[in-house]
Write a new protein. Structure first.
Length: 296
């Protein structure tokens, strides 16, 4: 029997044989993994040679509730399968006996344990969500993070009814809300394109900036659409943003195309945005393309 202390962070190798879903969004990146609790010394059985274990996981999700949150208990089950091998002698070339091994698996031990998470009070922005996975793999139960708005200290209590208590230490910037910015008007008049965008979280991001990236495409029927160029626009955060541009204003243009003598063509935008400041990570969030409009 080995004494193992589970602390700190471990990388997650995750293939769920059975997966439960639990949602605790009660009003409310760390892309690393939180392992078993600090200050928790557990007696853990040694892994048997030739054994494998099924893995059972449950996901716990938390929204921006400002108070303490305790999840429901979720049952997890893991089964051991032990490989047994037998060797028999069979006739080989020229009648010489040769050893032949045959192997099979049989059920071994099984484990049934409950998992529960208690989240200490912390502050999240209204659009932020956190989620964690608890997995039972043989006798080993571990806690993993999918998305977390804080670095947490973790305490683990109980062996069969396991409670993970998470206490916030330091805020971590998450990706901004992809639905925070939405397309407004897009039209073309006398050589000039106009594109409008609305911001749902302008008040929350006051004093920060937003960068909107646009790329203009020509809609080519029966062929690949061609990029006409791209441009970034930077704004102080407010409820609406309006961009004016012509094809000459765009950068990263593709090769020049021959003039289209058939009249007006159709064009559309692909666009994305990022927040610049302390609240969110400066990750570009892709948005849907605009409808196609006629332009010369």
């Amino acid at each position: 029997m080995k004494k193992v202390i589970f602390t700190g962070f471990v990388l997650m190798s995750f293939v769920a044989l059975a997966r439960a879903q639990v949602d605790f969004d009660r009003g409310v990146n760390l892309k690393e993994t939180i392992s078993k609790a600090r200050n928790s010394e557990l007696a853990v059985p040694e892994a048997r040679f030739g054994s494998r274990y099924t893995r059972d996981c449950a996901r716990f999700s938390f929204g921006p509730d400002a108070g303490d949150i305790t999840s429901d208990k979720v049952w997890l089950h893991s089964m051991e399968y032990v490989q047994e091998c037998n060797t028999v002698m069979q006739p080989g070339p020229n009648g010489t006996p040769v050893p032949v091994q045959s192997c099979y698996e049989r059920p071994g031990m099984s484990w049934n344990q409950t998992a529960q998470i208690k989240m200490a009070a912390r502050k999240l922005w209204p659009w932020e969500r956190e989620s964690f996975d608890v997995c039972l793999d043989g006798p080993w139960m571990d806690l993993y993070v999918n998305e977390a708005g804080y670095k947490y200290s973790v305490n683990r209590a109980g062996d069969y009814d396991t409670l993970f208590t998470l206490a916030p230490l330091q805020k971590v910037a998450l990706d901004p809300d992809a639905n925070g910015l939405n397309m407004g008007a897009f039209y073309y008049v006398k050589g000039l394109y106009t594109f409008g965008v609305n911001d749902s979280w302008a008040k929350e991001y006051a004093w920060e900036k937003v960068v909107i990236h646009i790329e203009l495409f020509k809609d080519n029927p029966f062929w690949f659409d061609s990029s006409q160029g791209s441009k970034d626009f930077t704004f102080d955060t407010r409820e609406g943003y309006t961009m004016y541009f012509s094809v000459k204003d765009l950068e990263s243009k593709g090769p020049a195309e021959p003039a289209d003598t058939r009249g007006a063509s159709k064009f559309y935008l692909k666009w994305s945005f990022k927040r610049v400041g302390a609240i969110s990570a400066d990750t570009f969030m892709k948005k849907d393309q605009t409808p196609s409009i006629e332009a010369e």
